[in-house]
Design a protein around this ligand. Structure first.
Ligand code: XUL
Ligand code: CO
Length: 440
């Protein structure tokens, strides 16, 4: 097997003083922190679609990067992609990957042929995993690119399209289980609508839930013990996507009785498209017990679409990792780079430079988040801010010992309470974050 990136050495950790662009400054995979290596805290994953297939094609122009992996034949290319991906993961010390079925192996003339060709690639992946120790984080089915999904997949008005999507999902779950994946993702790319004038929203949502229940039943029946995920996104490609944001998805999961099997896969850029911060979406997931996995990219808030940039904003990675640590760290989930290099960053080296930038930003965020917790000033401030709930009337309310009548009597006796309030100290807290970050 030939080397695809002969000019790229295995990327080493050289520390923050290093100016070598092909070295990690913060990600030190084997450094033991809190009893386990950094690589296990971060659980980085390569995304098959952007890294192995994304060639820079956009609405205004053709690709700029060569992602043919030396093969013109699509079947041979699928295998070459596997070899190239495992070389990238090895050189970057990335332990996991994620896939869409059709990015592993394209769509052929019939579903039967597509399935058969996918099986062969999955068998090859299983061999490579065995030889290298790399693992599958999650799998998913690409139920949004083919014209048959123009009106949706699980939410299509056509029952035949629903059945086709179900068949595709069954196969993608088979592949995920065979490769030992610990997650299966639903991202509803076309599960939404353009106009309510042609849409039966109630039926579409009921059907989406039916499909998810079938996926859970099937997955569990063949031994899948991992988590199913919904990945919220408010829009793009549809004008209104049903899985708008974390809170909307929680409502859906609870309404349809799916909360036992599903967690959330939060994507940073999807959060900002929903007009939330990344931290907000993670916090909603965590505080409701639905924290699962993360698609770690960043958007450009001056643009209104999903730019899927490699993350470099350390404030965001720090606040993200704070949520991850407070959730107790990753279990079945991890940090997937659902990110692509900019169209102008088209050389093979850019794949490595982009991942180094993103991985270092998250490693730095992880170190900063640990330090924020150890520093304790912010947590103490928050605990003090809610101290009134620990004793007296606050404790009584929480214990269910009061009602509106009792509280009315209490308030009448107590009189005006505005003087008991203390400052929210937002500016001071933001400066504590700076203080901790810049003294790392
Ligand atoms: C698209 C997106 C998807 C999912 C997987 O915005 O994020 O690539 O991560 O289907
Ligand atoms: Co994503």
């Amino acid at each position: 097997m030939s080397e695809f990136f002969s000019k790229i050495p295995k990327i080493q950790y050289e520390g923050k003083q290093s100016t070598n662009p092909l070295a990690f400054k913060y990600y030190n995979p084997d450094e033991i922190i809190d009893g386990k290596p950094m690589r296990e805290h971060l659980k980085f994953a390569l995304s098959w679609w952007h890294t192995m297939g994304g060639d820079g094609t956009d609405m205004f122009g053709v690709g700029t990067a060569d992602k043919s992996w030396g093969e013109t034949d699509p079947t041979k290319r699928a295998f070459a992609k596997v070899d190239a991906a495992f070389e990238i993961m090895d050189k970057l010390s990335i332990d996991y990957y994620c896939f869409h079925d059709r990015d592993l192996s394209p769509e052929y003339a019939s579903l039967a042929e597509s399935n058969e060709k996918l099986d062969a690639v999955v068998d090859y992946l299983a061999e490579k995993q065995k030889a290298t120790g790399k693992k599958l984080l999650w799998g998913t089915a690409k139920c949004f690119d083919h014209p048959r999904y123009m009106h949706g997949a699980g939410t299509s008005p056509s029952a035949d399209v629903f059945a086709f999507a179900a068949a595709q999902i069954k196969k993608a779950i088979d592949a995920t289980v065979k490769l030992g994946g610990t997650g299966y993702v639903f991202w509803g790319g076309r599960e939404g609508y353009e106009t309510l004038l042609n849409t039966d929203m109630g039926l579409e949502l009921d059907n989406m839930a039916r499909l998810m229940h079938m996926a859970v039943d099937y997955g569990r029946s063949i031994g899948f013990k991992g988590d199913f995920y919904i990945e919220p996104k408010p829009k793009e490609p549809t004008k209104h996507q049903y899985d708008f944001d974390s809170a909307t998805v929680l409502g859906f999961l609870r309404k349809y009785g799916l909360e036992k099997d599903f967690r959330l896969n939060i994507e940073a850029n999807h959060a900002t498209l929903a007009m939330h911060t990344f931290q907000h979406e993670l916090n909603v997931a965590r505080t409701n017990g639905f924290f699962g996995s993360i698609d770690a990219n960043q958007g450009d808030t001056l643009l209104g679409w999903d730019t899927d940039q490699f993350p470099t904003n350390v404030y965001d990675t720090t606040l993200c990792m704070l949520e991850v640590l407070k959730a107790g760290g990753f279990t079945n989930g991890g940090l997937n780079f659902d990110a692509k290099a900019r169209r102008g960053s088209f050389t093979p080296e850019d794949i490595f430079l982009s991942y180094i930038a993103g991985m270092d930003a998250f490693a730095l965020g992880f170190l900063a988040a640990r330090k924020l917790i150890a520093d304790g000033r912010i947590d103490k401030f928050v605990a003090d801010r809610y101290a009134s709930w620990k004793t007296g009337i606050g404790a009584d309310i929480i214990a269910g010992k009061t009602d509106l009548k009792a509280l009315s009597e209490y308030a009448l006796k107590k009189g005006e309470v505005v003087d008991s309030l203390t400052s929210g100290r937002q500016e001071m807290l933001e400066s504590i974050v700076n203080n901790v970050l810049f003294s790392l």
